[in-house]
Write a protein that binds this ligand. Structure first.
Ligand code: PLP
Length: 410
């Protein structure tokens, strides 16, 4: 009987995957699991098998699947109104931008939808600031970016990526960017000139493998940007909103950038919500008609964003990520020399370099999946663990035990 059920289940999984293979563009290579529902840190596939979600949609699901507080906020707003466009005011946007600005300690918010849109918007704002405030000659602005960066997938953003698979055959590329090594303050300073309007970086590089810069790096970037009059833009789309044990990864080293870029968790895993957050002397350069988005600042997004901000305003998710992050770190460090080469990260966000003799990151993730843990490789032999912050300590420890078992078996 159970054999019959297993065969039917495998057929269901296979047919969903076959449909995607045939009719969805092949721009991803997903693990062969078909998720049907989720609750907290756990998801259930179409066959009823449960998995601990240790990716949390690249930190978009920091507060867990089907978070009841966020779902209530979304449902209440669904019954009222979901989209007005910015041609009219709506009664959620004002409170949302006020509350988010307060959380970030800034004056103003530019609401957008996806992370890449927040990055694109910040590039436009920085250039306009450069021409109108700093006095850069028209068309001459440059922005300094980091080797190994990941800021999204649009044509301008991939123009300054150094990942060949992200950029090859997508040119011609947008000019106006210069790349320096990440974590090297002297190289950054040398790259800045009178036409530099901004420095754009991730305070911890996520897709590059959870790369944490030296503790004195971000303070040095802050000092250099202030002295040389360039905007410090921190892309906190993945690192922000609780993941690292702080509201922003910049908080971990007491640094305040000029501009925060937020996305992912800001939409509570329900709707895409992103934002550029800065003071009025920066965001105030935008005038009516110069930038926009049909969906940016919509009332559904704003209502969900408000619920996310109010959770973060309690400080509880950050404290929980800090505490559980300590547990995760300790457990992972015990595996160094037993199939693990190095562990990096902050809070509930770990990059784990696996000994290549144990297999590629992808192979390790496939074996973890068989044991009920969903994780994702970043590149090569590095995997990341970033479960929803609502994960229980018991489940978190269990996930590390599964990794240990996978490495012992390999
Ligand atoms: C995911 C991500 C983005 C892009 O966000 P999308 O919503 O996928 O466009 C930008 N920057 C960082 C650091 C990210 O992790």
């Amino acid at each position: 009987m159970s054999e019959v059920r297993n065969t039917m289940a495998a057929q269901a999984t296979g047919s969903y995957i076959a449909q995607e293979d045939r009719h969805a563009a092949h721009n991803y290579h997903p693990l062969p699991v078909v998720v049907a529902s989720g609750d907290g840190a756990w998801v259930t596939d179409v066959d009823g098998k449960r998995y601990l979600d240790c990716l949390a949609a690249y930190s978009a699901v920091n507060f867990g699947h089907s978070n009841p507080v966020l779902l209530d906020a979304a449902r209440a707003q669904l019954d009222r109104i979901t989209l007005t466009s910015r041609a009219f005011h709506n009664d959620q946007l004002g409170p949302f931008v006020t509350e988010l600005a307060a959380l970030a300690g800034k004056d103003m918010v530019l609401p957008m939808n996806t992370g890449a849109e927040a990055v694109e918007s910040a590039i436009k704002v920085a250039r306009a600031w450069g021409y109108r405030v700093k006095g850069v000659p028209d068309g001459e602005a440059n922005i300094v970016v980091m080797a190994g960066n990941f800021h999204g997938r649009t044509t301008t953003i991939i123009s300054f990526s150094d990942d060949e698979s992200a950029r090859a055959d997508f040119g011609p590329y947008t000019p106006g960017f210069r790349t320096v090594p990440y974590g090297d303050a002297a190289a950054l300073e040398a790259a800045i000139d009178d036409h530099t309007v901004a420095v754009l970086l991730e305070p911890i590089q996520g897709e590059a493998g959870i790369i944490v810069p030296p503790a004195d790096y971000l303070p040095a970037v802050r000092e250099i940007c202030t002295r040389l009059r360039a905007l410090f833009i921190a892309d906190e789309i993945q690192s922000g909103l609780g993941r690292t044990g702080a509201t922003f990864a910049c908080d971990l080293v007491d640094v305040v950038p000029d501009v925060y870029l937020l996305g992912k968790a800001l939409g509570g895993g329900i709707v895409p919500v992103s934002a550029v957050v800065a003071d009025a002397d920066v965001l105030g350069v935008l005038h009516a008609g110069e930038h926009g988005s049909t969906f940016g600042g919509n009332p559904l997004a704003a209502a969900v964003g408000r619920a996310v901000v109010s959770m973060l305003a309690t400080g509880e998710p950050q404290a929980r990520a800090r505490e559980l992050g300590g547990v995760l770190r300790e457990r992972l460090e015990a595996l160094i020399g037993h199939g693990v080469v190095a562990v990096r990260g902050a809070g509930l966000w770990a990059g784990i370099d696996i000994d290549p003799v144990k297999g590629t990151g992808r192979e390790i993730c496939e074996r973890l999946m068989e044991r009920g843990v969903l994780a994702k490789d970043t590149h090569g032999s590095t995997i990341r663990l970033a479960p929803p912050i609502v994960v229980s300590e018991e489940d978190l420890v269990w996930a590390v035990e599964q990794l240990e078992a996978v490495l012992v078996d390999a």
